[in-house]
Write a protein that binds this ligand. Structure first.
Ligand SMILES: [Zn+2]
Length: 112
């Protein structure tokens, strides 16, 4: 998913809009409030600075990709407030935070 989204950006400087329309996926800019917190700690530790504002997008899948109990648990990184990604039991079932759902626009860096 990340490759399908990022490759056209790297190659053409723009997104593959038909892909987004077909899949029902949207991209939202990560609010700068979140760039200094633990969600981006791996990136910050690697590059020894906080990611610059506007450098991360969240890939937001359509609700129907999720089971019923998780349809409304996608974190809203575009909003300035604290991130609530479901309750603790839901997070435990789901495993680690969804770093794979965050994409950087800087092709020289990755979060993985
Ligand atoms: Zn579920």
């Amino acid at each position: 998913m990340i490759r399908k989204i990022v490759d056209p950006i790297v190659k053409t400087g723009g997104v593959d809009q038909p892909f987004f329309e077909r899949e029902g996926v949207t991209l939202v800019e990560v609010h700068s409030n979140h760039l200094a917190d633990h969600w981006f700690g791996t990136w910050s530790a690697q590059y020894e600075r906080t990611p610059p504002p506007g450098s991360f997008l969240q890939i937001v899948p359509p609700g129907h990709w999720f089971c019923e109990c998780h349809q409304h648990s996608v974190p809203h990184f575009e909003l300035p407030g604290p991130i609530h990604s479901g309750n603790r039991a839901a997070r435990r079932r789901r495993g680690p935070p969804e770093f794979g759902m965050l994409a950087t626009l800087d092709p020289r860096s990755t979060l993985t």
